[in-house]
Write a protein that binds this ligand. Structure first.
Ligand SMILES: [Fe+2]
Ligand SMILES: [Fe+2]
Length: 333
């Protein structure tokens, strides 16, 4: 994808994201957003920031996610405003706090601390993890890890900036599944499920299991769906959306169909299923996109998931202008 665009192209992306005509389908707005994210420019940050007036919580949480992934401190003021707005949807506030963690500026710590006892559990838990993440990046281990990554030019397995790094021994790359014993997986699983540990540490086990990625690791991750933290469970579903293992489909379908599950977790399961794109997924995401009794965020996520599924199954390599992000390129938050 080109890193520079003409002013006309930028305007077209802005019109698409902001839906200035009033008839741009949501999944097309998502594609415009991911193209802007890839540009990583200050203009792109400004355009994305303008879209927080939108009524769709799904779209707004994705705006915050993208701003975090762009890792520019110029996005911090708008993210702080979103986090501080107690009338904003908690899923959007959560994503704003997580984005502040991804940008990882020590200046964000006082603001994040203000929300450690927020009435919304997902918000306070995210702030806790974001603070730990920022402190980790500035710790000896964190600094060493970032230096090693630069010097040895490690190409990360996943390009996302994650809320927590894998455990120290497996900071870089993925071991071959045959080199990982069931015993190691069991240890990671017990760390993942241990509610006595800080969430940041449990997340480190989660991202380690993601990097291992074998069916046994997927099973260990799926056991996290029995947790009582919606935040924790939605992150498991997010990780499944990155892993794209057909082995995770039954667990994700259970989440999507569970009307007692939180919207945030079901939304993430829907998008992960769209990315995996196996045939048995399609009837379920279609059903939940059309179910009038489903929460809006679940229906909209299924709409985005269908776009991803169709792309996954179309054999298309790229879109006509080569500029537009394809749904398969995006790891939606
Ligand atoms: Fe999230
Ligand atoms: Fe999400």
């Amino acid at each position: 994808m080109s890193a520079s665009v003409t002013p006309e192209q930028l305007k077209a992306l802005e019109d698409s994201l902001l839906n200035t005509t009033g008839n741009v389908p949501l999944h097309i707005r998502f594609r415009a957003l991911f193209t802007l994210k890839a540009l990583k420019s200050e203009e792109a940050i400004k355009i994305i920031s303008r879209c927080f007036q939108d009524p769709s919580a799904l779209l707004k949480h994705e705006l915050a996610y993208c701003l975090g992934q762009m890792k520019k401190t110029s996005a911090l003021p708008v993210l702080e405003t979103v986090l501080k707005d107690v009338n904003e949807d908690p899923m959007v506030r959560h994503e704003a706090a997580e984005a502040m963690g991804a940008i990882s500026s020590a200046d964000s710590i006082p603001t994040l601390k203000q929300f450690l006892s927020d009435p919304e559990r997902a918000v306070r838990e995210t702030c806790e993890i974001a603070i730990d993440r920022i402190e980790w990046e500035q710790s000896e281990e964190g600094k060493r890890a970032l230096d090693t990554q630069k010097v040895e030019r490690h190409i990360p397995l996943y390009t996302s900036i994650d809320p927590a790094p894998p455990t120290s021994k497996l900071l870089f790359g993925a071991p071959k599944p045959e080199d990982v014993s069931q015993e190691s997986i069991d240890i990671l699983k017990s760390q993942l499920l241990d509610k006595e540990r800080p969430l940041f540490e449990r997340y480190r086990a989660m991202f380690t299991l993601r990097n291992i990625g074998s069916p046994a690791a997927v099973d260990a991750l799926a056991s996290g769906f029995s947790d009582d933290s919606a935040l924790f469970k939605h992150e498991i579903a997010f990780v499944f959306g990155q892993l794209l293992s057909p082995h995770s489909v039954p667990a994700l379908l259970n989440v999507l169909r569970d009307v007692n599950e939180s919207d945030m977790v079901r939304h993430e399961a829907a998008e992960a299923l769209g990315g995996i794109g196996t045939p048995e997924v399609f009837p379920h995401i279609t059903e939940w996109m059309n179910r009038e009794d489903a929460p809006q965020v679940v229906r909209e996520s299924c709409q985005v998931a269908i776009d991803m599924w169709e792309h996954e199954n179309s054999g298309a390599f790229q879109y006509a202008n080569g500029l537009e992000a394809t749904p398969a390129q995006v790891a939606v938050a």
